[in-house]
Design a protein around this ligand. Structure first.
Ligand SMILES: [Zn+2]
Ligand SMILES: [Zn+2]
Length: 268
């Protein structure tokens, strides 16, 4: 089974990633407006009603914005952990299906995921590790101040990793942001810098990692060329796969996991 991964867009103004297995279409996060999300889906030839499930990683608006309304309008299952459901005021069973962190959740016939807790502000954020087809794993993680040992264990063996590269350290510290905000962004509950992301990737690198997508780049404190060069500095010698950047205005490309031929990236 092929898993098609398409970032509909990523950044502080909204996040949504589409996973298509052929039979099922699943969104990780639904942080754009309903209208914007439907427009983005239309670009990849889908309607809202084609979405079977929405997984919300945490309660922040750029990840959860239209999730409840979309789930009702499209008749799609809404998944999140119990803590996020409480923060969102979503009623388990009638509004959403809650999962326990680290429990495997079956979603369709050949697709399952687990939510791995990651530190981020006062949110109960999770990295989503998916499993499809012949046990091929993919990881999706944004909005974390650092990678825990547990998370790194789950990243091992993933064929695809979408990970945030939020800020360039120099740019953030030189910015006009107040000191408290700089400390919050760079702290344990904040976001990953390009340097941290590069280091994490170098630690979990293996020969079968096919594709990396850098997400959630800060518009003010980062730039695509800075993120890409910093990450490549850390992983270059050991990595032969694709590296791409998901910007706010997606979708721009898809990755295919579990495909036999060499073609893994296409412009949408
Ligand atoms: Zn967040
Ligand atoms: Zn975010």
């Amino acid at each position: 089974m092929t898993l098609k991964i398409t970032h509909l867009g990523s950044g502080s103004k909204g996040n949504a990633t589409l996973l298509s297995t052929g039979d099922n279409n699943i969104l990780i996060d639904c942080g754009f407006s309903l209208k914007q999300t439907e427009k983005k889906l239309e670009i990849v030839g889908l309607k809202g009603n084609d979405i079977d499930a929405i997984i919300v990683t945490h309660n922040h608006g750029d990840h959860s914005n239209s999730a409840e309304r979309a789930s009702k309008r499209w008749n799609a299952e809404l998944h999140c952990n119990i803590e996020t459901a409480i923060k969102m005021g979503w009623e388990p069973i009638s509004t959403c299906r809650t999962f326990n962190n680290l429990d495997r959740v079956e979603c369709g016939d050949e697709f399952s995921f687990i939510g791995v807790p990651i530190p981020h502000d006062k949110a109960d954020n999770v990295a989503i590790i998916t499993n499809s087809g012949k046990g091929e794993k993919a990881a999706f993680l944004t909005d974390l101040g650092e990678a825990t040992m547990e998370l790194k264990k789950h990243l091992e063996g993933c064929r695809h990793i979408s990970i945030e590269a939020n800020y360039d350290q120099k740019k953030l510290f030189m910015s006009s942001y107040p000191e408290t905000l700089k400390r919050r962004i760079s702290g344990r509950g904040g976001h990953l810098s390009n340097f941290q992301t590069g280091k994490i990737l170098s630690e979990v690198m293996h020969s079968k990692l096919d594709s990396i997508v850098l997400c959630h780049l800060s518009e003010k404190n980062n730039a695509p060329h800075l993120a890409e060069s910093e990450i490549l500095y850390h992983i270059d010698d050991n990595y032969n796969g694709d590296i791409a950047i998901s910007r706010q205005e997606g979708p721009e490309f898809s990755h295919y996991l579990g495909q036999e031929d060499k073609e893994k990236i296409k412009v949408v």
